[in-house]
Design a protein around this ligand. Structure first.
Ligand SMILES: Cc1cc2nc3c(=O)[nH]c(=O)nc-3n(C[C@H](O)[C@H](O)[C@H](O)COP(=O)(O)OP(=O)(O)OC[C@H]3O[C@@H](n4cnc5c(N)ncnc54)[C@H](O)[C@@H]3O)c2cc1C
Length: 464
């Protein structure tokens, strides 16, 4: 039998890779994890979920303190000032604590961190930096990178990607965001709250592709109310930079008169693509699909025996929790157990204010599969939201018309990101709308709106 340096080698220490490595080690496998970055945690911890949420939280506090939003509650603040350096410092501290935490977990679980960029030599041999190691099973968890916009050069000064937008040294006067998806809207919200004029240019006729149609419409209304300009059905045809200013050329997506937008910052946020750069997958014979993703089966196995793939580099939603769950499952499969991820129940959250969250099917997608019943409940009629003066948004429950099984839940609310977990759990357990409607929810809470929306599926909400 062949002798290997490791039972399992994971390539990439993002939420997919580091979780896979820890779980494999917990299952008694000798495990190493290769990471090219200086710190562990991948895109999510270093330049994604965590720093963006740090700035979203801090900018929300600034907006509340500086724009008099607290005055109606009797909290009057004079002369709130922005200290952007301190905001960035606190963000960096949170990132440092969390990436350091993964290093601690690696030590605790005896996962060896191989520092450097990994490249396959053959199906079980990988070069990491200047060392070469062998492993019986190899998990590709190399994540994703920013999709470039052809003809637009990212200089990380005037034209930035999400990483640059998380570190702008000053508040732009006018930020043009190219792409009305989750990342563009979150980072656009940060800089709008801190004082920038923000224009979002989106090619499609609505923001937030993939979300429920009604949720997309209502979200657009709320972002506009907050002062964001949304230019939908509009395509960017070029960006030119002169000194510290950019000129963004746009025209209607369907064709028509062109116009230009002058900006001192442009964020390119049109999406992310799988990252297999420099991995030398050919040496192992691993196949990619037409979208550049590593092709896998239901068990996360590639076409090559002993090589697996998870997270953003593999098909499916590009989300940290999807990558994490796949990390656990792939390690269990490698250990001979049955690791499963239910890809039909992966929640998505936009961490703006209010938050926008969904799990399962949109109403449009559900209707394509058969007859549905829909229940909706507005936060305007929820007692806690009314008390907190926090009434933007609604809960929408979509159920199969015959079986009543819940097919999708969508929430716009300050607490939507937390509330969606209950919906996901209910759906994972195969709940009907009646199951949710007859579950006792504490009063007064925002969560009661989910119960009422479920009651509304049967046409019997109490408070509207
Ligand atoms: C601004 C922003 C905000 C986001 N916010 C959220 C959010 O709030 N919630 C959410 O769920 N998702 C969010 N995401 C998406 C989330 O970050 C990704 O879905 C998640 O990080 C994917 O995890 P992963 O493990 O597949 O890959 P990654 O996190 O991308 O990690 C891959 C790692 O592999 C390393 N690597 C690549 N190639 C090699 C190699 N050859 N050798 C060694 N190492 C290599 C990379 O350096 C990287 O550290 C956000 C993304 C961005 C950009």
């Amino acid at each position: 039998m062949a002798e290997y340096d490791y039972d399992v080698l994971v390539i990439g220490a993002g939420p997919g890779g580091y979780v896979a490595a820890i779980r494999a080690a917990q299952l008694g496998l000798k495990t190493a994890c290769a990471e090219a970055r200086e710190t562990l945690g991948g895109t999510c911890l270093n330049v994604g979920c965590i720093p963006s949420k740090a700035l979203l939280h801090a900018s929300e506090l600034f907006e509340e303190a500086s724009h008099g939003a607290l005055a109606k509650f009797g909290v009057e603040i004079d002369g709130a000032r922005l200290n952007l350096d301190q905001m960035h410092a606190e963000k960096a501290k949170a990132v440092g604590e969390l990436t350091g935490g993964i290093e601690y977990l690696f030590k605790k679980n005896k996962v060896t961190w191989l520092k450097g960029k990994a490249a396959f030599q053959d199906l079980s041999t990988v070069k990491v930096g200047d060392q070469t190691v062998t492993a019986r099973d190899i998990v590709i968890a190399t994540g994703s990178v920013v999709t470039p916009l052809p003809g637009v050069e990212i200089d990380q000064k005037v034209v930035v990607d999400s990483t640059g937008a998380l570190a702008l040294p000053k508040v732009p006067e006018h930020l043009v965001v190219i792409g009305g998806g989750v990342i563009g809207l979150e980072l656009g919200s940060v800089w709008r709250r801190l004082g920038a004029k923000v224009t979002v240019v989106e090619y499609l006729d609505q923001i937030l592709p993939g979300f429920d149609g009604e949720v997309r419409k209502e979200s657009a209304k709320l972002f506009k109310k907050q002062g964001m300009e949304l230019k939908t059905s509009t395509k960017v045809t070029g960006v030119t930079v002169e000194g510290d200013r950019a000129t963004v050329s746009v025209e209607p997506a369907a064709g028509g008169a062109a116009e230009t937008l002058s900006a001192d910052a442009v964020l390119v946020a049109i999406g992310r693509k799988p990252n297999t750069d420099g991995l030398n997958l050919e040496a192992a014979g691993v196949k990619l699909n037409g979208r550049g993703q590593v092709e896998i089966d239901h068990d996360f196995a590639t076409n090559v025996d002993g090589v697996w793939a998870i997270g953003d580099v593999a098909p499916g939603l590009m989300l940290a929790h999807k990558a994490e769950d796949e990390g656990v499952a792939v390690a269990e499969n490698i250990a001979g157990q049955t690791g499963i991820v239910n890809h039909d129940v992966i929640p998505s959250v936009v961490y703006t204010m209010p938050e926008i969250a969904g799990v399962g099917l949109s109403e449009e997608a559900a209707k394509e599969r058969g007859e549905v019943k829909v229940g909706k409940f507005p936060f305007m009629a929820n007692s806690r939201a009314k008390t907190n003066r926090d009434t933007d948004g609604f809960v929408k429950v979509i159920a199969d018309a015959k079986t009543d099984r819940v097919l999708g839940v969508w929430i716009i609310s300050s607490l939507a990101g937390t509330m969606i977990a209950q919906a996901a759990q209910a759906m994972e357990f195969g709940a009907t709308s009646e199951d949710i409607a007859y579950t006792c929810h504490a009063h007064p809470t925002h969560a009661e709106a989910l119960k009422e929306a479920a009651m509304a599926v049967q046409g019997k909400p109490i408070h509207i």
